[in-house]
Ligand binder design. Structure first.
Ligand SMILES: Nc1nc2c(ncn2[C@@H]2O[C@H](COP(=O)(O)OP(=O)(O)OP(=O)(O)O)[C@@H](O)[C@H]2O)c(=O)[nH]1
Ligand SMILES: [Mg+2]
Length: 472
């Protein structure tokens, strides 16, 4: 071989004395190699396109403790504002989730009335002393209802075991990241694989059984919820079920009916509760005229304390963080009943503010669940009993919100590695039965105005984009 000859051409050259069979094999091998090479080129191009699309997209990270409303409040409203058609397609999935949420509340009620405390007798134990209040016809009624509703509870356990990540724990619906759980509930999109569709077909009968059983149980659920002994048991234990995530007992008639469809997204779907396990990225391509074609990558995480270490790899890639901090000063974390919810949010907020990986990231804080704060204060709960430093300041929504907002703001100012604007929203995702629209205050750079959440999200998008153009 001459030293100037191209080694590739030499390697591909036909050998001397090549037979016809050898020639055909060699040409085929060459064509195969060219095809593979083309595929590699195309996949590199595709990866480059995806990376470029991602680079130009708005990348948002949703953070906050468990149950703060990352999915139900923010993600749902994002979807509602920017990809309404896609969101409509998911309605069927939410129908089952809402029905399971309803059964979960029924379980809570049954557990409650069945609870045997030391020195107390269960409402469901057979009456022993004549004349005792537990011997009342009402108690007999509860005993009968418990019996009748038992199949519903076993069905819930089976459902959870088959469909969700929690191995059948009846306490909550818990889903792992990815769309598999949605496809198991009947959701189809172009990314749903054939295998996932098959799974859905196999589980259709369970869904139908659930619908039938719910319809048959409708009246009993309603009686159980409205029963005065049930209500008294809730009151005695200071349980406010109406403020719990996934509460639908006031809507039994509608939700347990076979023709039930979740109402407009603003009400039923945002009230549903699904615990996120792991980290999930949602890619939204805006459908609305003004933003058509704009890409959003929204990363949703599990807010559990044990899962927070898994957030860090996503810090690097995010341009804005939406942080949810419900001002629930009188509640404890479900995962650790010794930790106050608001204290936990403040600690988390401090860590996020001082993280150097997030130094260039805009953080927008949502004081969510303002409806619960309002109800809590109206019911006479005093902030100073839980937060002694609150002192004798007025116990009203405006003063309490300002007090806590100032604390978040001062940590933001003191701990941020570089100066950045404090942007906050006060939001309530749940439509109260007396008001016909969402509310929230939008407060940036000391200017505040009352606008609806979808409008706020548009604003939010503008600010996220502004921040991008500044950092580019
Ligand atoms: N009353 C009231 N409930 C709300 C509000 N926002 C959210 N919720 C409810 O609180 C629950 C929050 O659930 P998610 O959005 O799933 O919570 P998350 O932050 O994603 O929680 P994890 O997945 O566990 O990290 C849902 O049942 C919502 O309906 C609100 O403003 N007011
Ligand atoms: Mg979640």
């Amino acid at each position: 071989m001459e030293s100037s000859e191209n080694p590739f051409i030499v390697a591909l050259r036909a050998p001397a004395n090549e037979t016809e069979d050898e020639r055909i094999r060699r040409v085929r091998a060459l064509q195969d190699a060219q095809r593979v090479s083309r595929q590699i080129d195309e996949s590199l191009q595709e990866t480059k396109r995806i990376l470029e699309r991602r680079r130009r997209a708005t990348r948002i990270l949703l953070l906050g403790q468990a149950e703060s409303g990352k999915v139900c409040t923010l993600l749902s409203y994002f979807q509602l504002a920017f990809t309404p058609q896609q969101f409509q397609k998911e309605r069927d999935v939410w129908r089952t989730i809402i029905q399971l949420n309803l059964i979960s509340s029924v379980r809570t009620l049954l557990n409650l009335i069945n609870e045997v405390e030391p020195n107390a007798q269960s409402l469901l134990t057979p009456p022993q002393t004549p004349g005792n209040r537990l011997n009342s016809p009402s108690n007999n009624k509860l005993r009968r209802i418990h019996l009748v509703l038992s199949p519903l509870l076993s069905m819930e356990t089976d459902f959870n075991k088959i469909l969700f990540a929690n191995g059948g724990s009846p306490r909550e619906i818990r889903v792992t990241s990815g769309n598999t759980w949605k496809s198991k509930l009947g959701f189809r999109d172009s990314a749903t694989s054939q295998q996932e569709s098959d799974l859905t077909n196999a589980q259709n009968s369970i869904k139908n059984n659930l619908i039938q059983l719910l319809e048959a149980s409708k009246d009993n659920i309603e009686s159980l919820w409205k029963d005065k002994d049930t209500q008294r048991a809730l009151e005695e234990r200071e349980i406010n079920l109406r403020d719990s995530p996934g509460f639908f007992l006031d809507d039994v008639d509608r939700i347990a009916s076979p023709s039930y469809q979740p109402t407009d997204c603003e009400s039923d779907i945002v009230r549903a509760r699904v615990r996120t396990d792991g980290v999930e990225e949602h890619h939204l391509v805006a459908e609305t005229a003004r933003l058509k074609g704009n890409d959003f990558y929204i990363t949703d995480v599990s807010g559990m304390r044990s899962a927070r270490h898994s957030w860090i790899p996503f810090f690097d890639d995010s341009q804005a963080i939406l942080f949810l901090a419900p001002l629930m000063f009188n509640q404890m974390l479900e995962e650790d009943p010794h930790v106050n919810r608001l204290e936990d949010s403040l600690l988390l907020w401090k860590e996020i503010c001082l993280n150097v990986l997030l130094a260039n990231c805009n953080i927008i804080i949502f004081f969510n669940k303002m409806d619960i704060l309002r109800r809590t204060l109206e019911s006479g709960v005093e902030v100073r009993k839980y937060v002694p430093s609150y002192g004798d300041a007025p116990n009203d929504v405006a003063s309490v919100t300002k007090y806590f907002k100032d604390r978040f703001k001062s940590y933001h100012r003191k701990l941020s590695p570089k100066p950045r604007t404090f942007i906050s929203h006060e939001t309530s995702a749940i439509v109260s039965r007396t008001s016909s629209h969402f509310w929230g205050t939008f407060d940036i750079c000391h200017c505040a105005s009352r606008i609806s959440i979808p409008q706020q999200l548009l604003w939010l998008q503008v600010f996220v984009c502004c921040s991008l153009s500044r950092s580019d």
